[in-house]
Design a protein around this ligand. Structure first.
Ligand SMILES: [Zn+2]
Length: 142
């Protein structure tokens, strides 16, 4: 796992902080109480890791520490999608997008927006996507 990658547990914490900052560790733990049943120490450990990764800023207010995000939710989402896409063959990206479209519910207006993007992409799309994998890591013909 890369240094700046966020684990599933860390995502849970970040989502609370993106929505509620500045916020103390205790308050984060309170919000996630029913969903995760983490002890306060666990929440604090996860927050500590996120501080180390440079994703949260710390500010002392009175006797407690409060945390705020140093990266936006959108930046983090884009980064983890980029990481995922870098792990798969260029020729299989379309399969992954199909899986998302089939498995998840999207609204009419969201789908219309995607149609616009697809239409625009089609104008400059190549006939075939080129595989850039290391030989031996995929069975595309090189
Ligand atoms: Zn490939």
């Amino acid at each position: 796992m890369q240094e700046n990658q966020i684990s599933p547990s860390e995502w849970e914490i970040m989502r609370v902080i993106w929505t509620n900052y500045p916020i103390s560790g205790k308050e984060v733990n309170e919000i996630l109480k029913e969903k995760k049943e983490w002890k306060l120490a666990t929440t604090k450990t996860l927050i500590g890791r996120l501080v180390k990764k440079g994703m949260l800023s710390t500010e002392k207010r009175g006797r407690k520490f409060e945390y705020s995000p140093l990266v936006t939710e959108k930046e983090s989402m884009d980064e983890s999608i980029e990481d995922l896409l870098n792990q798969i063959c260029n020729t299989k990206i379309s399969d992954s997008i199909e899986t998302i479209l089939e498995k998840r519910t999207l609204s009419k207006s969201e789908l219309e927006q995607l149609e616009i993007i697809i239409k625009k992409k089609k104008e400059t799309a190549p006939e075939e996507v080129v595989c850039e994998c290391t030989p031996g890591q995929c069975d595309c013909a090189h």
